[in-house]
Write a protein that binds this ligand. Structure first.
Ligand SMILES: [Mg+2]
Length: 246
């Protein structure tokens, strides 16, 4: 679901927004900071990204968060030695600026993960990514399996559809608890310093980011989709240097 009123805000018509000192910046990782790779492990972290993010963190008084679908431990590994406030697993796990964690209880049943692993075992190019709260079936290298995994994921959640949902992301299906969304880290972090009192700005590339964008807009901020406003992750990375220079 795309909210065009969000996409049509000033600065979003193919032009990156002009950075402001009073922002609290929320950044998705894959497809936003990093180019998407064939597999989650295949991403490359450009040499100067961590330095630029550190400078953005300083420029915004620490009001910088990463909001990823990955587990937070994975994000930390990619951006080491940085450990930014933010969220993993689309908001299931939120790390506050104090380092304190705020995590939901819901978890995908282990037998669903087993069923997906068993199915992927004889489908070359597919990959099951188990997380603490959800599970992802990737088929980027086996696009013909899309219908199969769509059907399997739907069948798995069918009996518990009030608790779990299937997301159709970029070349993947993800089963996650319904209580999870990228709105959660935005709403939670905006209640605490140094985020509180600032203007939330969310940048993301995928459907799950639209919850974060909506939350940022509802809190008086703005949101930008990578493709429309930056062209791609390389455009986001160039723009970050201008945020760092604030
Ligand atoms: Mg993304």
């Amino acid at each position: 679901m795309t909210d065009t009123s969000v996409l049509n805000r000033p600065g979003s018509a193919g032009t990156p927004p002009k950075p402001q000192k009073d922002w609290a910046l929320f950044l998705d990782v894959d497809g936003t900071l990093l180019d998407i790779a064939q597999t989650p492990d295949g991403v490359v972290v450009p040499a100067d990204l961590v330095v630029d993010l550190t400078n953005v963190f300083d420029a915004l008084g620490g009001a910088l968060a990463v909001v990823s679908g990955r587990m937070l431990s994975e994000v930390d590994r990619l951006l080491a030695p940085l450990r930014l406030p933010g969220a993993g697993e689309h908001g299931a796990t939120v790390r506050l600026p104090s380092g304190q964690m705020d995590e939901i209880d819901a978890k995908v049943p282990p037998d669903w993960v087993e069923a997906l692993n068993a199915a992927a075992a004889d489908k070359p190019g597919t990959l099951i990514e188990p997380k603490t709260h959800g599970v992802v079936a990737h088929f980027r290298r086996a696009p013909a399996e899309e219908a199969f995994f769509s059907e399997l994921c739907a069948r798995l959640v069918a009996g518990r559809a009030q608790e779990f949902e299937v997301l159709h992301g970029k070349m993947m299906f993800e089963i996650r608890p319904r209580t999870v969304s990228k709105a959660r880290p935005v709403e939670r972090l905006m209640t605490v310093a140094p985020f509180k009192g600032r203007r939330p700005v969310f940048v993301g590339d995928d459907i799950t980011d639209e919850d974060g964008i909506r939350a940022a807009v509802e809190l008086g901020g703005a949101g930008y989709k990578v493709h429309q406003s930056f062209g791609g992750p390389d455009g986001v990375r160039r723009w970050l240097k201008t945020v760092a220079a604030l």
